[in-house]
Design a protein around this ligand. Structure first.
Ligand SMILES: C[S@@+](CC[C@H](N)C(=O)[O-])C[C@H]1O[C@@H](n2cnc3c(N)ncnc32)[C@H](O)[C@@H]1O
Length: 477
């Protein structure tokens, strides 16, 4: 069964993924690039929102957790232990050692779950690729190294201090020497059709090309700006890249695992190409985006289960206590709202927003504002929300609470009146201006009472899956 896990991949791998049960692994862990990535959401007019949400931190530092992870690996002995000790001698106790200490136990688990005929592709960049290659040699064996694939792209800035840094690295290893591999071909364009006696020359739109075996340098444009494929998740990878990996190293029906699945590129490609899949990510933002991506690309043609998300009020409480920010992301995901990160001064009292259009003629954008409260709640919270709704000229305000609302809260709601939605030609609908929704109600499927707008825009719609990306031209003879 296709499965999406919310959680730390080390924990999920240890607890849920059986030995040798996966045919292909693609992993794109956060690089050691000392960046925080921001998720950009679709703004109501289709442009990118200025409101940015920190998705995940890509900053590693040598702390107690890193020291413990390092200790555990070293004490287990063997090649991996020796490699980690060599890193410590070489690097000292620094951020890179912290990063490698985090990666090592995960790679060990990935080796365990990979089938004997399986392959793994570790996506990284030159910052850590040299170190990761040595670590992969220790975990998978240097003899199982197959390729260092260079993904070359042209986008991004340039420096006048060094050559443009325009590639990522994919380290391809297999579990054993009896691994599945299906050689791939790409188009190679020709200046003219003369003088090539041994090759088949094909033509498309007046251009001549021949098919050649795929090499280990891949020229694939990185995703940019407003490309339809771009969902606004930082570090989103192009589907074309994943398509090559999936086709080369798996069969239809095989199981593909992406333990750092982000907005789900590997998952979407696996689904489109008829493979089974497992995705893991540690932020609810990624899980919510993947649900929308799958819905946009495949509609009801995709079946999967989500594990690790709260399924009842008790587990929602655990999440709220353990990680209030993730709780908020999860709750807003249930009502299709976009999380709002508090910027200085702005957006005060707003945790999430949702935009809709209910006026045919004017096309005016309306909004629903959300406030999420995991702790105690009272009428003052409803009054605050009312103030925010008035300030923002929002159509509706929704307070999501863990606890059942009290009678004074309900009275506050009643006193705020209604939002009347005009559909033209006398068709109107009435909706409470302020609404209270408990987590329990959300879990049982209750939604915001709002106009039946056709056009609710929160997440950018993923293109329908039948239009899969085409392979690009590889080289010019
Ligand atoms: C570079 S992004 C992956 C992008 C992805 N390839 C795509 O195309 O969207 C790395 C992802 O790893 C997730 N992540 C980081 N640490 C994790 C962990 N310990 N367990 C699971 N996911 C993790 C982050 O939340 C982030 O979404």
């Amino acid at each position: 069964m296709n499965t999406l896990y919310y959680g730390d991949n080390l924990d999920v791998l240890c607890r849920h993924i059986a030995d040798e049960s996966v045919d292909l692994i693609y992993l794109d862990p956060p690089f050691k690039s000392n960046q925080n990535y921001n998720v950009l959401f679709q703004e109501q007019n289709g442009s990118r929102s200025a409101a940015q949400i920190k998705a995940f931190e890509d900053t590693w530092s040598w702390d107690q957790a890193a020291a413990m992870a390092y200790q555990e690996i070293v004490e287990a002995g063997g090649d991996i232990s020796r490699t980690m000790q060599a890193f410590r001698t070489l690097l000292g106790e620094n951020d890179m050692l912290a990063y490698l200490s985090m990666m090592a136990p995960r790679l060990i688990e990935l080796h365990r779950v990979l089938a004997p005929t399986g392959s793994i592709y570790l996506h990284c960049d030159p910052t850590a690729s040299a170190h990761l290659r040595l670590l992969m040699n220790a975990v998978f064996g240097a003899q199982e190294f197959r390729n260092e694939i260079i993904w070359y792209y042209k986008t991004g800035g340039m420096s006048n201090r060094w050559f443009g840094r325009k590639h990522d690295v994919l380290l391809f290893y297999s579990k054993t020497s009896s691994y599945k591999f299906f050689p791939q071909k790409v188009k190679s364009y020709l200046m003219h059709k003369y003088g090539f006696s041994n090759i088949e020359i094909l033509e498309e739109n007046g251009q001549y090309y021949t098919m050649v075996g795929m090499r280990d340098v891949w020229d694939i444009p990185a995703l940019r700006g407003n490309q339809p494929e771009m969902l606004g998740y930082p570090t989103q990878k192009p589907e074309t890249l994943l398509e090559r990996i999936v086709k080369a190293s798996s069969n239809k029906g095989d199981t593909i695992l992406d333990p750092f699945c982000g907005c789900g590129t590997a998952i979407a490609v696996a689904q489109r190409l008829g493979r089974q899949w497992i995705g893991i990510d540690v932020t609810h933002l990624a899980i919510t985006l993947i649900k929308h991506r799958l819905q946009g690309a495949f509609g009801t043609r995709v079946e999967y289960e989500v594990m690790g998300e709260p399924v009842d009020v008790a587990s929602a409480k655990v999440l709220a206590k353990h990680d209030p920010w993730q709780f908020q992301l999860w709750a807003l995901g249930l009502v299709n709202a976009r999380p709002v990160k508090l910027k200085k001064g702005a957006d005060k009292g707003i945790d999430g927003r949702l935009y809709f259009h209910d006026e045919r003629e004017s096309g005016k954008t309306k909004q629903v504002i959300f406030s999420v409260k995991a702790g105690n709640t009272g009428p003052a919270h409803v009054r605050d929300l009312r103030g925010v709704v008035e300030r923002e000229k929002a159509a509706i305000g929704v307070l999501i609470t863990m606890r059942e609302p009290t009678n004074p809260m309900r009275r506050e709601v009643a006193s705020a009146g209604f939002y009347e939605s005009g559909w033209g030609a006398g068709a109107t609908t009435k909706h409470l201006k302020l609404q209270l929704l408990t987590v329990g109600e959300l879990l049982s499927g209750k939604m915001v009472d709002m106009p039946p707008a056709q056009d609710v825009r929160t997440f950018k719609k993923a293109p329908k899956a039948n239009k899969g990306p085409q392979d690009q031209q590889e080289e010019l003879f």
